[in-house]
Design a protein around this ligand. Structure first.
Ligand code: KIV
Length: 289
């Protein structure tokens, strides 16, 4: 075995559990497929920088998504629409550098894949070669199937994203729940089957009725990842700033906030500023002599 050969542990097909699992290698698409087989639910979080991604990696989160939600959650835009390929490459490379174990999935941003499968391939290759991600995500069901097929054939693992597709915010007139009513539900099922048929290794279901997400999950062999899709999808994803209470103002109904980081960070900043104003920081123990 030479220095770059995988050790037996790295070669193992599937860890006993995805969450916090015991491997010293990155989670792969095969691990996610095995988790669906054994009925293990898993979690995905977004990440946009090395530091935060490292915290989630150490916490055992098996899949990290460099979402184009970076646009509104990290870069100060109102929507995901303005996000560019260069920004996605830079953020994704940071997340890869900050992690050892999580599978890192990067979004193809608006305008980077809709023109043609060849354009999708060009930009997916940039994310894999320049940032080192393990998979890409793109929005659209039947309409994106040809691109998913080409990417998959070329060896790019693809996570699809159907239901509410935020890159279409202007066409949708906001962020309405999708899949309500018979025709819309049938279209969602057709979209889910189309992306599976095209080779996607998993599919995000965003803002769809829980009963429909359950039906899709039961009918697909690939894992479904819900966000606003109720409790019965194979996995769940949240935007990390929503999950940890960093987001200012209202968060969507489907978010559960597990901390109030915005308050914690604000309190820390105010305490620091107050110490500086009062002359109590730096103290003797913070000073060189
Ligand atoms: O960009 C993103 O964060 C996403 C998730 C909402 C799934 O696509």
């Amino acid at each position: 075995m030479n220095a770059s050969s995988p050790s037996p542990a790295q070669n193992q097909v599937s860890p006993a559990t995805l969450y916090g699992g015991v491997t010293n290698r990155r989670v792969t698409v095969r691990d996610l497929a095995a988790a669906k087989q054994r009925g293990e639910k898993w979690s995905m979080l977004t990440a946009y920088d090395a530091l935060t991604a490292g915290v989630f990696d150490e916490a055992g989160i098996p899949v990290l998504l460099v979402g184009d939600s970076a646009g509104n959650c990290h870069l100060g835009y109102e929507t995901t629409v303005p996000v560019t390929m260069d920004q996605m490459v830079m953020l994704s490379a940071a997340v890869v550098r900050g992690t050892k174990r999580a599978m890192v999935v990067a979004d193809l941003p608006f305008g980077s894949y809709q023109e043609s499968p060849a354009q999708a391939m060009h930009n997916a290759a940039r994310l894999m070669k320049e940032a080192g991600v393990g998979a890409v995500k793109l929005e659209g069901g039947e309409r994106s199937a040809r691109s998913i097929e080409l990417l998959t054939e070329a060896g790019v693992p693809v996570m699809a994203h159907i239901g509410l597709t935020p890159q279409s915010v202007h066409a949708l007139g906001g962020y309405p729940v999708q899949g309500r009513g018979d025709e819309a539900a049938h279209q969602l099922l057709r979209d889910a089957k189309a992306v599976q048929q095209a080779g996607a290794f998993s599919v995000v279901l965003e803002a769809v009725p829980a009963e429909l997400a359950k039906q899709v999950t039961e009918q697909l062999a690939i894992p479904t990842v819900g966000i606003g899709g109720g409790p019965d999808t194979d996995a769940q994803v949240l935007v990390w700033t929503d999950m940890a209470g960093m987001t200012a103002g209202r968060v969507p109904k489907f978010v559960k906030q597990y901390a109030n980081l915005r308050a914690v960070l604000g309190d820390a900043a105010r305490a620091y500023a107050e110490d500086v104003r009062a002359g109590t920081f730096p103290a003797a123990e913070h000073s060189f002599h």
